[in-house]
Ligand binder design. Sequence first.
Ligand code: GDP
Ligand code: IMO
Ligand code: MG
Length: 429
Amino acid sequence: MSTVLIVGTQWGDEGKGKVVDVLTEQSDIVARYQGGNNAGHTVVINNTKYILHLIPSGALHKSKKCIIGNGVVIDPSALIEEIDELKSKGIDVSNNLYISKNAHIIMPYHVALDKASESKKGDGKIGTTGRGIGPSYSDKIARAGVRVIELINGETFKHILKNNLDKVNFLLENYYGQGKLDYIEILEKYLAYAKRIAPFVTDTVKMINDAYDKGERILLEGAQGTLLDIDHGTYPFVTSSNTISAGACTGLGLAPTKINSIIGIVKAYTTRVGSGPFPTELKDELGHQIQQKGGEFGATTGRPRRCGWLDGVALRYSATINGLTGIAITKLDILDGISPLKIAVAYKYNGSIIETFPHEIEILQDCEPVYETLEGWNDTTSGIDDYNKLPKNAQMYIKYIEKLLGTEVQIISTGQKRDQIIKLKDFLK
Ligand code: GDP
Ligand code: IMO
Ligand code: MG
């Protein structure tokens, strides 16, 4: 019996999809618990690239059960497109995808409001993915949302749509100066989506708990990263869900006592897409070099990702609030040939040294990182699958992170492909 949770420890895009794909082989169920199609999880199998947005990355292993939990927000058109695209690549999820009845739906007015609000903010914008994530979660919390069950029960859906659209159209027209959305057009489209989605819908809370009771191996796939968490991230430059490990419990109806391992995915350096503070950002040629070599361009929006050194202050915080039991370091190979390497161990602000991750945006924006400098390595680590074959300085870099976080490094990824990985521990037994 084993439940393993995969969580991003930085600002997303740490390589969660790759690690989930690798661990799926030893799992029976893979479940997403929050976020929506703002996520872009890349898995490369035999030179074919798959980008998963809503469907768990486990789907690439045929026959594994995949759950989209109640904590996820679902844009049905994006989901249908993803199902169809996977099918065109030979992956048919019609018999192994399960969608929660309680998951909330992203409506066209959520997307319109997301985009309108961002453009009105101008320079102060968050830099969202424009997928309607924030407005959909806002409606959920305001008890004005549409759940999967309401969508499928067309009558209830009609009422909610009518009420919400009246309000949203008023806002769109009078506050944002935009055109109104059409009730009939949305209704017809969404009722057609409901028919497509209905066969996948089930009570996923019962399903996952029954699976747990039967001793099945469960893998939980987080989206985004800890520093984008609505409560614990760099607010307001965050997403609108609880991205930390605790989000898996509410997002799936799985109790904390049923999670055995929590693996934090740590990219060997740091990236961030969109606006917001980033103390260790490299705005120079080296940052550009890491961006190019690491292929650091958004898997969802294609936007260039900002790159910088590893941030030990943020990672220690992340290890604490996620309760990490282990770490997976990804993209080690991207640091090949870069020397020296730096890791922030504290921040300096107004003459004081800060060792605890601050919540004031001004401090995060204006602080100066205090770096520990480590020697890099010249040999390639790309594709290495044995820890002992890693260059000594790469081993030292890994050991340094382990010590800094007080958490064991259990997986090291050295490339995009499935076999480019060092597994120091077996989790799912
Ligand atoms: P996610 O959102 O956390 O799943 O990460 P993304 O898929 O958005 O971004 C990670 C990118 O790095 C993807 O293109 C992966 O294929 C790639 N990747 C993952 N692990 C490694 C690795 O160890 N080395 C290299 N070179 N690429 C990796
Ligand atoms: P994965 O799962 C990186 C960022 C956006 C923006 C902020 C809010 O692939 O790691 P939103 O559309 O969620 O309201 O945008 O969050 N963001 C991500 N950054 N990886 C992601 O997902 C992200 N999902 C959202 O860029 O800064
Ligand atoms: Mg991503």
